[in-house]
Every structure is written in structure tokens, then in C-alpha cells.
Design a protein around this ligand. Structure first.
Ligand code: AKG
Ligand code: MN
Length: 200
């Protein structure tokens, strides 16, 4: 945040972690530009996961980018990262400045409508830096995002709007699950980017 920004950054978790809601941090012009660019140019693919020994293909599409062609394992399937596009690198720099953290990779998700979501999980994969910050940028449709504490089931909801930033850090992944609940009311697409740090 710079001196002229009036927006407030709020930790939405009451205990056991830090998740800073920066709210809308992109201008409408920037957010519209990145949404259109990513929608049209990212090599979107359906995600695959192994659940109870069966390969399932998700309706949601994904793409993975990074500083290098990292191998990454997500839902028990290993893939290779693409190298940053100019637009992803430009957005990464804005996110790094706003969040005062650095990142070397990004997972992108494309939800075609509110029928698509993501079930409760935490981003604690072994290849990620322990307690590293994860910066989540939302573009397109407004969606609800929910946290649930792993031991006491305490819940926290946050609304993620076009051009907003949420940064999960500290012990968030150790103590909290998060999900993107499906919603019948949402009929337009949403793109989510989570900037992360992979351990080399
Ligand atoms: O779409 C979102 O807001 C969250 C996505 C997410 O949790 C993930 O990719 O791990
Ligand atoms: Mn996640």
C-alpha cells in the first residue's frame, strides 16, 4: 500500500492465522484488462484429481505458471508449470508491492459459473514454502469464499469482488480450511489467481 491509498487491510481471521483482506486493489480498467487477457490467452485445461483411487476431471479449468518449469503435484497428479506471460508478470509485480511479499509461481482457476466451486481444503502441499504467503486475486463474478477452523469448526466468510486481493499467511493453512462454495445465483465466469512460493 502506498501513502495515497485509503483502503484498509483487515485480518479476517479471529485467531490461529492471518488472512488479510485488501479489498478491491485494482482499478476497474486494470481488472477488466486482466480478466479479458487471461480469459482469452491462458492455456486453460480441465483439472484432474485422484479421489478414492479414481481419476476425476473437474468442470473448473486450471493453469499453472512460474519462474521455471517447476514440476508441481496437486491433488496427487504432477504437472509442469508454464513460464510467466508478460501480463501475469505485470500483475505479479502489483500484487507483490501491495502485499509486501514475493512469489515464484501462480495457480489460475477458471470457474465458468456459480455451479463450479472448490471443496474445503488447505494449501499445505509439501512443495510450498512452509507458512509462505498465498495471494489470491479475484476477477469477474463476485463469489463468497469461506474459512472453517480445523479443530473448532469456527467459520468466517468473505465476499471476493472483481479486482480484489486476499492474502493468506502465517499459520492460516495449518489451522484453517477454505472453500469456494457453489452458488446457483452466479451465472458468469470468475478467474482466480493464487500467487505462491514453491521451494526449490
Ligand atoms: O478460487 C478461489 O478463490 C480459491 C482457489 C483455491 O483455494 C486454490 O486454488 O487453492
Ligand atoms: Mn486453496
Amino acid at each position: 500500500m502506498d501513502l495515497f491509498t485509503t483502503e484498509k487491510v483487515i485480518n479476517i481471521l479471529p485467531f490461529d492465522g492471518i488472512t488479510n483482506n485488501h479489498g478491491v486493489f485494482l482499478t476497474k480498467i486494470e481488472a477488466d484488462f486482466y480478466y479479458k487477457n487471461f480469459f482469452e490467452t491462458i492455456p486453460w485445461e480441465h483439472d484432474q484429481a485422484i479421489i478414492f483411487g479414481k481419476i476425476i476431471t473437474t468442470k473448473r479449468k486450471v493453469a499453472w505458471f512460474g519462474d521455471e518449469e517447476f514440476d508441481y503435484t496437486y491433488s496427487k497428479i504432477t504437472k509442469k508449470a508454464n513460464i510467466w506471460t508478460n501480463e501475469l508478470l505485470a500483475l505479479k509485480q502489483i500484487v507483490e508491492k501491495e502485499s509486501e511479499e514475493t512469489y515464484n509461481s501462480c495457480l489460475l482457476n477458471l470457474y465458468h459459473s456459480g455451479e463450479e466451486g472448490m471443496a474445503y481444503h488447505s494449501d499445505g502441499e509439501k512443495m510450498l514454502k512452509k507458512n509462505g504467503a498465498i495471494a489470491s486475486v479475484s476477477l469477474g463474478a463476485t463469489r463468497k469464499f469461506s474459512f472453517k477452523h480445523k479443530e473448532n469448526n469456527h467459520r468466517v466468510d468473505v465476499i471476493l469482488e472483481h479486482g480484489s486481493l486476499l492474502v493468506m499467511k502465517g499459520e492460516t493453512q495449518t489451522h484453517w480450511l477454505h472453500r469456494l462454495p457453489p452458488s446457483k445465483k452466479v451465472i458468469s465466469p470468475r478467474i482466480n489467481l493464487t500467487f505462491r512460493t514453491i521451494q526449490r
